[in-house]
Ligand binder design. Structure first.
Ligand code: FES
Ligand code: FES
Length: 214
C-alpha cells in the first residue's frame, strides 16, 4: 500500500495530491485567507458585497437620530458607524474585542462595536462619542475632564475610554481611583498613558457629580 502511495506521490503526471501536500496546502492556504481578510478587509467586504451576500437597508438609532444604511449580514457596528455613517470618532484598534477603542454604548451599556453585528442593534439606541456633547455644543463632563487634565497622549484610545467611563460613572458616580481603574480595565492604551488617563477620568467623575448637583 505504501509503495502505491509513494509511486503516486512521486509521479509528476499524477493529479492525486499526497497527504503531506494536502496538509501543507491547508496550512498555507488557511494562513493566507485569514491574513488577507484581516489586512485587506475593505476590498474583501466590497467583493463579498458585489457577489450579493445580502446587503439590506437598515434603520438604526444612533445618537438620537434614525440613520439608514445598506448593511451586510456579517457587518459589524464599528464598520457601519465608520464607513457607512461617517462617525469616525469610534476607533478600530484590534478589531477583535481586545482593546476597547471601538467602545460605544448600546442602550446605555458599553460594547465593543467591532464585535457587534449591526443588524442586532436595529431596535436599540446606540451612542457614540459624537453624540455625547449636548446640542448646544457643551461637552459632556467626562470630555471636559480630559480637557481639564490634558489627558491622553496620542488620544487614539480616547473615545473608547470616554464612552466606557460615562457608562461606569453613571452606575458608580463616586468611585475611588482603583475602582475606576478596574471599571476601565477593558480598555487598553497603546501609549500606556494610564496614569494621566485615570486622572482625567477622575476629573470627569468630579465634573459629573458637580453637574448633577447644579
Ligand atoms: S477595535 Fe474593538 S476591541 Fe479593539
Ligand atoms: S493615548 Fe495613545 S493609545 Fe492611548
Amino acid at each position: 500500500m505504501s509503495n502505491i502511495d509513494d509511486s503516486i506521490r512521486n509521479d509528476p503526471q499524477s493529479n492525486v495530491i499526497s497527504r503531506r501536500d494536502l496538509i501543507k496546502g491547508v496550512i498555507v492556504g488557511g494562513v493566507a485567507v485569514s491574513s488577507a481578510s484581516y489586512l485587506f478587509r475593505a476590498p474583501t467586504l466590497v467583493a463579498q458585497n458585489a457577489r450579493g451576500t445580502g446587503e439590506r437597508l437598515l434603520t438604526i438609532n444612533v445618537n438620537g437620530q434614525m440613520r439608514r444604511a445598506d448593511v451586510m449580514r456579517q457587518e459589524t457596528l464599528a464598520w457601519t458607524l465608520r464607513h457607512k455613517l461617517g462617525l469616525t470618532g469610534t476607533k478600530l484598534g484590534c478589531d477583535r474585542a481586545e482593546c476597547g477603542s471601538c467602545t460605544v454604548l448600546i442602550d446605555g451599556v458599553p460594547h465593543y462595536s467591532c464585535s457587534v453585528l449591526t443588524h442586532t442593534v436595529r431596535d436599540r439606541k446606540v451612542l457614540t462619542i459624537e453624540g455625547l456633547a449636548s446640542s448646544d455644543g457643551m461637552l459632556h463632563p467626562v470630555q471636559q475632564g480630559v480637557i481639564d487634565e490634558q489627558g491622553f497622549q496620542c488620544a487614539f484610545c480616547m473615545p473608547g475610554f470616554i464612552m466606557a467611563s460615562v457608562a461606569f460613572l453613571k452606575a458608580n458616580p463616586n468611585p475611588t481611583r482603583s475602582q475606576l481603574a478596574q471599571g476601565l480595565s477593558g480598555n487598553l492604551c497603546r501609549c500606556q498613558d494610564y496614569d494621566k488617563i485615570l486622572t482625567a477620568m477622575m476629573r470627569g467623575a468630579e465634573n459629573m457629580r458637580r453637574a448633577s448637583r447644579a
